[in-house]
Design a protein around this ligand. Sequence first.
Ligand code: NAD
Length: 250
Amino acid sequence: MPNLVAIVTGGGSGFGEAIAQRFAAEGARVVIADFNPGAGERVVADLRARGHAAEFCRTDVSVSADMCHLVAFAVERFGRLDVMVNNAGISHPNGPMLNVSEADFDRLYQVNVKSIYLSAVHCVPVFRRQGGGGFINIGSTAAVRPRPGLSWYNGSKGAVVLLTKSLAVELAPDKIRANAINPAIADTPLLTTFMGAPDTPENRARFLASIPLGRLCQPSDVANAAVFFADPASEFVTGTCLEVDGGRCI
Ligand SMILES: NC(=O)c1ccc[n+]([C@@H]2O[C@H](COP(=O)([O-])OP(=O)(O)OC[C@H]3O[C@@H](n4cnc5c(N)ncnc54)[C@H](O)[C@@H]3O)[C@@H](O)[C@H]2O)c1
């Protein structure tokens, strides 16, 4: 993917960091957009130390002015924008659905769902001007095979999947693609939130039992799928929501 320019939201940790590292290794220029400046700047410093072109842009993906600035920043620094990876996401802790406050519900949908709307609002005009572009949205197996205790999170990821297909079908005439990746539960800082319990061998074993290939998802699994969607070699692939889940959704 030489010279391709990508934004990775939530690029300061977990899947986003792995996607940024893989994209850069494939020759892409990357903008890390994260709420947490320490995390984002650490990843950018690491990428630059390996000789890659990378920039950090502090962004709250739920705020239109931030997303507007992010897209303009990427175009200003690198001259274009080819791929928007909507990866930043949060969850409520695994637990009874009525324990989630209205404020936490609103925040969840602002970060996980409104961000997709805002990315369209600010990226589509740039993609149209350039004659194409691509969205890669990080959904979850939660959208396809929901677990109890994560109801509102499950719904937010269901929206990510349907919005991906909607963007794909509506924007296809503009040569703008949209695909999603649905990872299974992974070894990232979000793990204990999804478990709703400490990361003990017993709790891990409970989750591993629900994944046929017998391990958690790794950030590199998601990064490999993202490279496929970003690469022009997948130019005929759009509206695909790919499970990267060790068989969890079979
Ligand atoms: N970890 C899992 O088990 C798992 C499984 C399936 C899907 N996912 C999804 O994958 C994505 C990444 O998850 P992860 O496990 O790598 O998470 P993570 O917590 O390791 O990283 C998320 C990053 O997003 C940033 N972020 C959070 N809110 C933000 C905001 N409003 N604006 C900008 N940045 C923000 C955080 O600072 C952090 O750097 C999320 O959308 C998550 O829902 C995770």
